[in-house]
Design a binder for this molecule. Structure first.
Ligand SMILES: Nc1ncnc2c1ncn2[C@@H]1O[C@H](COP(=O)(O)OP(=O)(O)OP(=O)(O)O)[C@@H](O)[C@H]1O
Ligand SMILES: [Mg+2]
Length: 1030
């Protein structure tokens, strides 16, 4: 970026020499104009503007201003922002075409050697580099670029004016698609100067291709074509005596052309045919005729040249020979061969050479067009490049110069029409105040040449067609008759004394817009007729050379109608060209020649001044200065720039002119910067327009961003709406699905409930369809509830889940089953000890349950094997009863029989007797056989009375004791002594027998504190407490 700026800076600084646009000159004098031109030229600044017109002054030296960097700098930049350059003009035309979507052309004019062809090549190169590219397009582009060297080789030649002078006119359309890609091209060619093929003035050459072929072609090719590598050997190449020129490198150019031919799709066979024709022309030139005895032309039939020509053109040598020496005259039904004089023979030979070369050139143009053609039917816009032979004046000027200069006259006329005249007429039509600028309108000269029936061409044609002896001189006489008083026409006869000195008798002089040119009438008629003898033409139709075959169609040959003359054809082709150009927007490049001697940097003031004059540059400048650089119809202008003003954007409803007024006011146009015409706005300076255009570009981007944002918003909204709608739809559908499901569920539920109710109602009846499901449900329900609530212990007899009637039987069976299982489980889980214990407890239960008040508390107290261990019992006692097995022993309190004194004793139960022991003494032995009863009270006390049989006097009577483990003791006793039935629970007092016959007893009462004492009645008083109910 920095580099570019620097570069541009340097560029601009360098370009500050003089003034870049003549419009900005202080004064519009020729002096000032020339001064500025010279100043810039001496600094190698060859380009200067007059408004949008580009003036280019040929420097005759390579300038480093056509490189890629320069192209980059000029791409897409506004016209006046950078120093004048041909790239700026090319770029501006291109962008205008893209934005306005219309067709354009660039008219490049100037005299021969002024640099038109160079300019057109620069433009083409610029487009080739600057336009967007794709591989496909690159090939089209290559073809366009490569068409140049080929056409230049065949159509350009060294003249005295220019070493590479265009000897044909060329109009090339470059087609662009809407993206601005160069997608195709088409060339129109105009009148090739064919006479050059057979004749060149001194110091001039034939067309380049001949020299290129001889100098550059490989030995093989030369041999095949029968040529030698020496231009001097060929008559057609040596008349100008300058076959070799230092400025031209034919050998290199040959390579370029060969390569270019390949690019434009000329295949090997076409190549062969093409160069066969070129070579045949050279051989033709060397055909020599000699006079026979009667002065008629003869040609040695063994002539090698003739053989080569016949060979290369693929025609019979004999017939060719005949064609050069005889003329076929058709009289009635006969054909007569009339022999030729030498002149005629040479004429016939040259005519053939010119014809085949000319036709081949046209064939080449057609082939190039085919290769560049774009067949896509979509609409394209074009930029046309017109590069035509420039105005030229030689020492001797002939028919060709007449045509060329006429062409330039026409282009000048077009320029005048499009710029000066049209411009001024437009101001008038639009009612814009205007000071008319005088300019020379060359229409008068155009008319002189081309007017129907009266113009030079009409008279020439008349002479050509006139029966009788018409010659070039009779033509001149006719001209003198008709044009006698024309201010732009003069001949020796018509001229005044002074002028007459400068004219030969066979000359006529035209005062062209670009200067006087004296034409020598010799050859005018022949060249205008351009006749090829019939028998030669027919012969060409039979040629085996494909190109010749294509060019000389039998149908054309059989057409007996006389072809249009060359001048008339040329006139109509120029008319068509004018029409083509008038339909397009014009851009102009005016090329000036700096000097006649092609000297680099030489500024030939007189020569340049002359060109400035005749090209009408001063007039153009004046019109530009006084006028307006730009104009547009109000509606078009408004349409383009309306976004720049809030009042006109987005729509202006009123009159477009008023809209434009509002718009330009808003933009701040000064009153002298613009004028409002009837239909158009006129803007004086380009800079005003460019400022507006810049603003528009900026605004366009902003607008685009805004529109984009709007559009995105709109899209997003749309998307959101769509999504929302979709969501609602899905929701609705889903709800529907849900509702349907719900309905089904409900219907099902109703059915189920109904069936349930029916089932419930008929539950008591026998199984039927109505209740079977209900009952099954009830059964299942019952069973699963039952399963969860089964009693956990055998003792739980209450929590059995109560069954519905239908299951009552099952329930009962299950219940029993369950309890059996529980019992089984319980029983299996019991240890032998526990079993024994329980058996004991069972005995205790049968003895005391429901009889003795303290019994319930005892149930939970487990019974033990014995309350006294063997260690607790005195060994002497053990010793004493060692024969009896001790089964159980327990501490007891024994109450004395008299006085009831409590004595702690041990009670030991053996198999046979119960022993009351005090330490080592057995106090009493009660044989179970003598134990007749055992009494306990029904209260909570631990008193037990042994009733003993008193038959044995040793016996001490009944025994009253208190035992803490009463139930255990008595249970064990009942089992050991088998005294189950002897144990009695006594209500009230227990009667005892203290001694035989002496009654005693134990009385019980209930009190606060347990107590034992001797009662007043001599009984033992036992106070017991109530069992505390929990
Ligand atoms: N821009 C340029 N820079 C350098 N040299 C140039 C430039 N333009 C032209 N020349 C020189 O001038 C010579 C003649 O230019 P060119 O062939 O373009 O002339 P022309 O106007 O086409 O002539 P004609 O009418 O004879 O065809 C070129 O061969 C080249 O040497
Ligand atoms: Mg040229």
């Amino acid at each position: 970026m920095q580099i570019q700026q620097n570069m541009e800076g340097a560029l601009t600084a360098r370009d500050r020499v003089g003034i870049q646009d003549f419009v900005l000159l202080d004064e519009t004098t020729e002096e000032a104009f020339m001064n500025n031109l010279q100043k810039r030229f001496s600094n190698d600044l060859i380009y200067t503007y007059i408004g949008t017109l580009l003036v280019s002054l040929n420097p005759y030296k390579e300038l480093d201003i056509y490189n890629q960097k320069q192209m980059d700098i000029y791409m897409g930049v506004n016209f006046f922002e950078l120093p004048p350059h041909i790239y700026a003009l090319a770029d501006n035309a291109y962008h205008t075409m893209l934005t306005e979507y219309n067709n354009h052309f660039i008219l490049i004019s100037g005299e021969s050697g002024a640099g038109k062809t160079e300019a057109s090549k620069k433009i083409l190169q610029y487009y080739a580099v600057s336009c967007p590219s794709t591989t496909l397009l690159n090939t089209v582009r290559d073809k366009m670029l490569m068409s140049n060297p080929v056409l230049e080789a065949f159509g350009n030649a060294k003249t005295l004016k220019n070493d590479n002078s265009s000897r044909f006119g060329k109009y090339m359309d470059i087609q662009f698609d809407s993206q601005g890609d160069a997608v195709g091209g088409h060339i129109l060619n105009y009148l090739l100067e064919k006479s050059r093929v057979v004749h060149q003035n001194h110091g001039e050459r034939n067309f380049h291709i001949f020299y290129q072929l001889v100098e550059g072609a490989g030995d093989d090719l030369l041999q095949r074509l029968g040529l030698e590598r020496d231009c001097q050997l060929y008559k057609y190449l040596t008349q100008g005596e300058c076959a070799i020129v230092p400025s031209i490198n034919d050998r290199n150019d040959w390579k370029t052309v060969k390569n270019a031919l390949q690019v434009i799709n000329i295949n090997e066979s076409d190549n062969n045919d093409l160069f066969s024709i070129v070579a045949s022309v050279l051989h033709l030139g060397n055909l020599k005729f000699s006079p026979d005895g009667k002065g008629l032309a003869t040609l040695s039939s063994s002539s090698e040249e003739l053989r080569w020509v016949s060979n290369l053109l693929g025609v019979e040598a004999q017939k060719l020979h005949e064609g050069f020496t005889f003329r076929k005259i058709e009289a009635k039904n006969d054909q007569i061969l009339s022999p030729f004089t030498i002149d005629h023979a040479i004429y016939a030979r040259d005519a053939l050479a010119k014809a085949i070369y000319g036709q081949t050139f046209t064939w080449l143009v057609n082939r190039i067009n085919e290769s560049m053609e774009n067949t896509d039917p979509s609409r394209k816009t074009v930029i046309g490049l017109l590069d035509i032979y420039g105005f030229e004046v030689f020492y001797v000027n002939s028919f060709e110069q007449f045509c060329i200069n006429y062409c330039n006259e026409k282009l000048q006329q077009l320029f005048i029409q499009l710029t000066l005249k049209a411009e001024q007429e437009e101001y008038e039509a639009e009612g814009i105040e205007w000071e008319p600028v005088q300019f020379f309108n060359n229409k008068i000269i155009c008319d002189l040449v081309e007017e129907k029936h009266r113009g030079i061409i009409a008279i020439l044609d008349e002479e050509c067609l006139r029966p009788g002896e018409a010659t070039d001189l009779t033509f001149l006489e006719r001209l003198e008759d008709k044009m006698a008083n024309h201010p732009h026409f003069v001949t020796h006869k018509l001229a005044d004394k002074m002028t007459r000195k400068t004219l030969e008798r066979g000359d006529f002089r035209l005062l062209h817009y670009a200067g006087e040119v004296t034409y020598c009438v010799v050859g005018f008629l022949d060249k205008n007729n351009d006749l090829l003898y019939r028998n030669i033409k027919d012969l060409m139709c039979q040629s085996k050379n494909a190109i010749i075959q294509e060019c000389f169609l039998t149908s054309d040959s059989e057409n007996r109608k006389r072809p249009e003359t060359v001048a008339t054809q040329f006139k109509s082709s120029l008319l068509k060209l004018t029409e083509i150009l008038m339909a397009k927007e014009a851009w102009y490049i005016r090329c000036l020649k700096s000097n006649e001697s092609k000297e680099k940097g030489q500024f030939d003031e007189a020569l340049i001044r002359h060109q400035v004059k005749y090209l009408g540059l001063m007039e153009h400048l004046r019109v530009r200065r006084a006028g307006f650089a730009y104009r547009r119809r109000y509606d078009v202008f408004l349409q383009r720039y309306k976004p720049l003003c809030p009042a006109t954007w987005p729509h202006w409803r009123g009159d477009p002119a008023e809209g434009v007024e509002v718009l330009v006011q808003h933009l701040g146009y000064l009153p002298n910067e613009y004028k409002m015409g009837r239909n158009k706005i006129f803007i004086r300076h380009p800079r005003t327009l460019y400022a507006t255009e810049d603003a528009f570009e900026k605004c366009k981007h902003e607008l685009a961003t805004r529109l984009q944002a709007k559009y995105r918003g709109y899209r997003a909204k749309g998307e959101f709406k769509k999504q929302k709608e979709a969501a609602t739809k899905i929701e609705t559908c889903w709800r529907g699905v849900q509702a349907r499901k719900e309905r089904q569920k409900r219907a099902w539920a109703v059915k189920v409930i109904k069936q349930f109710i029916k089932g419930y109602m008929t539950r008591g009846q026998a199984k039927s369809t109505d209740n079977s499901e209900y009952l099954a449900f009830v059964r299942q329900h019952f069973l699963s509830r039952l399963k969860e609530n089964l009693p956990k212990t055998v003792l739980d007899k209450t929590s059995w889940y109560s069954p519905p009637p239908v299951c009552s039987e099952t329930s009962e069976i299950l219940r029993k089953l369950h309890y059996r299982i529980l019992v089984r489980k319980y029983v299996r889980g019991i240890t032998p000890q526990r079993k024994a214990q329980l058996q004991l407890k069972l005995v205790a239960s049968t003895l005391f349950k429901g009889k003795k008040e303290s019994y319930p508390q005892s149930v939970a107290q487990p019974f033990v094997d014995t309350r006294l261990n063997e260690q607790d019992i005195n060994p002497r006692v053990i010793q004493m009863i060692r024969n009896e097995h001790i089964k159980y022993s327990v501490p007891v309190i024994k109450y004395d029989r008299n006085g009831f004194k409590p004595r702690p004793r041990q009670m030991i139960l053996t198999q046979t007797a119960a022993y009351l022991v005090e330490e080592a003494k057995i106090k009493q032995r009660v044989l179970y056989t003598s134990l007749k009863g055992i009494s306990v009270s029904s209260l909570t006390d631990g008193i037990v009375a042994f009733h003993i049989t008193c038959e044995d006097p040793k016996q001490k009577g009944d025994l009253v004791m208190q035992c803490d483990y009463l139930f255990e003791f008595l249970t064990k006793l009942s089992i050991i002594a088998n005294k189950h039935n002897a144990i009695k629970v006594v209500q009230g007092s227990i009667k005892t027998e203290v001694q035989a016959g002496k009654e005693g007893g134990v009385d019980f009462s209930i009190g606060q504190e347990p107590m034992v004492y001797k009662g007043k009645n001599g009984h033992l008083m036992v106070v017991t407490t109530r069992t505390r109910t929990r």
